[in-house]
Design a protein around this ligand. Structure first.
Ligand SMILES: C[S@@+](CC[C@H](N)C(=O)[O-])C[C@H]1O[C@@H](n2cnc3c(N)ncnc32)[C@H](O)[C@@H]1O
Length: 196
């Protein structure tokens, strides 16, 4: 099996990747993560999906590719330049692009809960994790990437990542699997509404 062969790269991917290079943005999720997101999204039927950290929309393109007709995606980023690339290439009535601060959004959102959260920004991952998890339905997926050391990590980030993994592993309201694959993925499923 060759896991590096992707036969279903979203049609918009190359155009988004080219526009992303022009902005020298180097934090995009890779093809492995994208492919996994598409598969998990496809498992959820009429899913409500939350992406924290749209970037230029590379992972978003995979999420959209996995969405069924009635699924909905809310995707958040505070960088308007990056989000414009995503918006231009992935315009779709099922997708709501929100250019906002993720910290503020997570603390003020009052809508429906989500079936899958891809948390790829500080808010919802290293910060305000509790708030993000509260927005996930029981049985919903919480996905993070970049959990193995990355070249663009600032000083001190490795310790932060280890601490966060420890927090996740000690929770009683999720069950998770750590994958030393791609950039280091954690797939968690919410099993209860509150920690007990
Ligand atoms: C790791 S990148 C996401 C990359 C994306 N998954 C992709 O495939 O292109 C993290 C993103 O979080 C965004 N971000 C950083 N701080 C934020 C904040 N406070 N609120 C919302 N977005 C934020 C950055 O602009 C960046 O696009």
């Amino acid at each position: 099996m060759q896991d590096s062969i992707f036969t279903d790269i979203p049609v918009q991917y190359e155009r988004i990747a080219n526009a992303t290079k022009a902005l020298a943005f180097n934090m995009a999720s890779d093809l492995y993560t994208g492919s996994l997101l598409k598969t998990l999204v496809a498992s959820k039927g009429t899913a409500k999906i939350l992406e924290l950290g749209t970037g230029s929309g590379l992972a978003t393109s995979w999420i959209v590719a996995g969405m069924r007709k009635d699924a909905k995606l809310v995707t958040i980023d505070n960088n308007a330049l990056l989000m414009d690339i995503a918006r231009q290439n992935l315009a779709d009535e099922r997708v709501c692009f929100v250019c906002a601060d993720g910290y503020e959004w997570l603390q003020t959102y009052k809508g429906d809960k989500f079936d899958l959260i891809f948390a790829d920004a500080m808010p919802g991952k290293y910060d305000l994790f509790e708030e993000a998890l509260a927005l996930l339905r029981i049985g919903g997926f919480y996905i993070i990437d970049d959990m193995l050391p990355q070249l663009n990590w600032p000083d001190g980030h490795a310790a932060k990542a280890e601490k966060f993994i420890d927090v996740l592993e000690n929770r009683k309201d999720i069950t998770l699997t750590k994958l030393n694959w791609s950039t280091g993925i954690i797939i968690a499923v919410k099993t209860a509404d509150k920690e007990f």
